[in-house]
Write a protein that binds this ligand. Structure first.
Ligand SMILES: Cc1cc2nc3c(=O)[nH]c(=O)nc-3n(C[C@H](O)[C@H](O)[C@H](O)COP(=O)(O)OP(=O)(O)OC[C@H]3O[C@@H](n4cnc5c(N)ncnc54)[C@H](O)[C@@H]3O)c2cc1C
Length: 348
């Protein structure tokens, strides 16, 4: 029998959608992604991007404090044992995501730990194929497969993730370890300037490392970078290595010249990537309307409808602008309500 709604994805958008859909008695089925080496390397394991970070200080409802007793009580013990010890700082990414998942399960959400690899949206009920080969039919679909931050791919960058290397200035910039210290931003587009500008509120200096002699950013944004006394642009440079130590995390970077000059070594306490994101939409290509960067298009303002009736999108997979857990969860809620109302209007 066809499901009422299948949710694909397991970040804040997916679980928020599941909580609302379950409480509306739609018995949602969530594909949370597969636990594979390929997904580990891509940063797309179940529970999404937030599970890749340590402290989450901007998600409402989790001020600093000791959550350990609450976590012991609310998360299944086999999962709880796998989580790092709670350090009394508020909530960590993995903790927050396990709490969201548990809340969805408590209301009757069923979870399949597998990737959806193919969708047929030309038939109704829609047909979704998992990587196991299983085919599931469903009246409505909520796509919440998120996106992944692009990294340079350096071994040293991987080593210092969460210890000074970050792909989200808004998320991490205010952490004490970055205050009044020099920081590096890699990239030259509008979002790199935005990140550098934001980090300028906390840092002593922000070095923007850019491979060319001109920013890719729009004129107005490029001017903003030039006018900010905290930002120093290091032109014609690429990162060769993120420098650091086991005890201190990131301490600097070694930069190569793209115009034949000598290597440059700079001191920095943080290393922020601003070289774009890749939406997890490869399996939807040609099936749903997308923008030029591959993000799913919302077709109605302030709604989560997509180009296919009965298919809704939530979170970073359709939003390359805000990219926050709270906005992903917000649109997850909207997608569940949109799906519920659409199913009711169709009498399904
Ligand atoms: C290092 C880092 C730190 C961050 N820190 C913060 C922070 O402090 N505060 C904040 O608000 N935001 C933070 N963010 C941003 C935040 O994590 C994202 O905005 C948010 O997770 C997006 O949620 P989402 O539900 O759209 O999707 P995602 O979190 O991207 O999760 C989607 C998941 O769905 C699953 N999936 C993908 N494809 C498929 C498929 N085909 N089938 C089945 N499952 C699939 C995968 O497991 C994927 O990871 C951070 C991001 C990063 C990378």
């Amino acid at each position: 029998m066809a499901e009422k709604v299948i949710i694909i994805g397991s970040g804040p958008a997916g679980w928020a959608a599941a909580i609302y859909a379950a409480r509306a008695e739609l018995r949602p089925l969530v594909f949370e992604g597969a636990i594979t080496e390929e997904n580990r390397l891509a940063g797309t394991l179940p529970l999404g991007q937030l599970a890749l970070t340590t402290e989450v200080e901007n998600y409402p409802g989790f001020p600093a404090g000791n959550l350990a007793a609450y976590l012991d009580d609310s998360i299944e013990s086999n999962k709880r044992q796998m989580m790092p010890p709670h350090a009394g700082h508020g909530v960590s990414g993995p903790e927050l995501m396990e709490l969201m998942r548990q809340q969805a399960v408590n209301f009757g959400t069923r979870v399949v730990t597998d990737d959806v690899v193919e969708v047929d949206l030309d038939v109704h009920p829609f047909r979704l194929t998992a990587s196991s080969g299983e085919v599931h039919e469903t009246m409505a679909v909520i796509v919440a497969t998120g996106a992944r931050a692009n990294y340079l791919g350096l071994e040293s960058e991987e080593r210092f993730k969460n210890r000074g290397v970050s792909a989200c200035a808004v998320c991490d910039g205010a952490l004490p370890r970055f205050r009044n210290k020099p920081l590096v931003v890699v990239g030259g587009g509008d979002s790199a300037v935005e990140e550098a500008d934001y980090l300028g509120k906390f840092a002593s200096t922000v070095y923007m490392v850019h491979r060319r002699d001109q920013l890719r950013a729009s004129k107005i944004m490029a001017q903003r970078a030039m006018d900010n006394p905290k930002i120093e642009i290091l032109w014609n440079r690429v990162v060769d290595e993120v420098l650091g130590s086991e005890s201190d995390g990131v301490t600097g970077a070694r930069l190569k010249s793209t115009v034949g000059k000598e290597d440059l070594r700079i001191e920095a306490a943080g290393f922020f990537l601003a070289i774009g994101h890749t939406p997890n939409t490869a399996f939807l290509r040609g099936k749903l309307e997308m923008n030029e960067k591959g993000y799913v298009k919302w077709t109605t303002p302030m709604r989560t409808h997509t180009s296919v009736e009965g298919v809704f999108a939530a979170g970073d997979v359709a939003d390359d602008y805000y990219r926050q857990a709270i906005t992903a969860a917000g649109t997850g809620c909207m997608a569940a309500l949109d799906a519920e109302r659409w199913l009711a209007a169709k009498g399904l």
